[in-house]
Design a protein around this ligand. Structure first.
Ligand code: 8YV
Length: 318
């Protein structure tokens, strides 16, 4: 650590190599270890130019209010719905995220969930472990090939999912209210219910936040129908979870593969006993390689900003 170093406030425990790099290069203040943040900020808040957080931790406005000289937030994850972009823009605080480096991992998680729900993989494994194979055959599943994969949000991750699903010989369709993209040949829908009606697997991969809250609602789930599946690798808030639970309980949809929930880490208890639902603990980007790349990108953003005032992967605010 040099003599002329910056004070950085870290919101919660981060990837180990990121923590190490932060501690080697800056004066690190750990918010999660502070018994009383407001009291700490009253004494030290003015020293903080940079905050390091994640898409899950976010950073609430009331806490940021205590940091009068804050210039930048570098966030671990591509989604940044847990910070208030309008508030940051109004204060002139810059924000970075970790796009691109997690596209493949999240897309692979979406494919894993599609395979799991279609071939009943989790259920089949529970069957073997419970010793039921000796008593009879396991029921049949469904193919992916030839089926329609409807993608809600054909951004970078959505396009990567489309590429993988194409390799499984699926037909690709997508929802985009503003009209079709000119650089892809996939079937376009302006209307989400129409896409749901056409889809065997509806994959949610739009950013979270107020604009997409409950985009997938009761009507969309009804349109998806009793033989089709919902996959969510975006944010729990994009799906009306109460409507999803009801649709799964009354058979309005065939099943679901969920990596995200509205109030993580809480999972609706009704889902725990359903065999046609696969539940994951928000592991979309959770591989050694991808998390390392995300950690490196967070550090690169912070170092670049504190040295030159420039973020490597800035988020356009407001
Ligand atoms: C992370 C994510 O798990 O990138 C995102 O938006 O949801 C995940 O990659 C999360 O951001 C923080 O750990």
């Amino acid at each position: 650590m040099t003599g002329n170093t910056s004070d950085v406030l870290v919101w919660g425990p981060m990837h180990p190599t990121l923590m190490q790099s932060l501690e080697e290069n800056y004066r690190v203040h750990k918010r999660w270890e502070m018994p009383d943040f407001k009291q700490w900020a009253g004494v030290h808040g003015d020293t903080i130019r940079a905050v390091v957080t994640s898409g899950v931790y976010g950073a609430d406005n009331a806490s940021l209010e205590q940091l009068a000289n804050l210039e930048v937030i570098t966030s671990f994850g591509v989604g940044h719905d847990q910070v208030d972009s309008a508030y940051l823009a109004a204060r002139g605080i810059q924000l970075s995220n970790t796009p691109q480096v997690l596209n493949n991992s999240v897309a692979e998680t979406a494919l894993a969930l599609m395979l799991c729900v279609s071939r009943r993989i989790s259920e089949a494994e529970r069957f073997v472990r419970a010793g039921k194979w000796q008593q009879g055959k396991f029921p049949l599943g469904n193919d992916l090939h030839g089926k329609t994969c409807g993608i809600v949000g054909l951004g970078q991750i959505g396009k990567t999912i489309a590429g993988l699903a194409s390799a499984f010989s699926m037909k690709i369709a997508y929802y985009r209210p503003g009209g079709p993209y000119t650089d892809v040949a996939y079937t376009h829908y302006c209307d989400l219910e129409a896409l749901a009606r056409a889809s065997d697997y509806l994959i949610v991969i739009v950013p979270g936040g107020p604009q997409t809250r409950h985009l997938v609602d009761r009507q969309v789930l009804r349109a998806l129908g009793p033989t089709s599946f919902l996959i969510n690798v975006a944010r729990g808030t994009v799906v009306d979870e109460a409507a999803l639970v009801a649709a799964l309980l009354d058979g309005s949809i065939g099943g679901a593969g969920l990596d995200v929930f509205e109030d993580e880490p809480k999972v609706p208890s009704e889902l725990l006993d359903l065999d046609n639902v696969v539940l994951l603990p928000h592991i979309g980007s959770g591989t050694h390689e991808t998390r390392q790349a995300m950690a490196d990108l967070v550090f690169d953003n912070l170092r670049s900003y504190l040295a030159d005032g420039v973020l490597v992967t800035p988020v356009a605010l407001g």
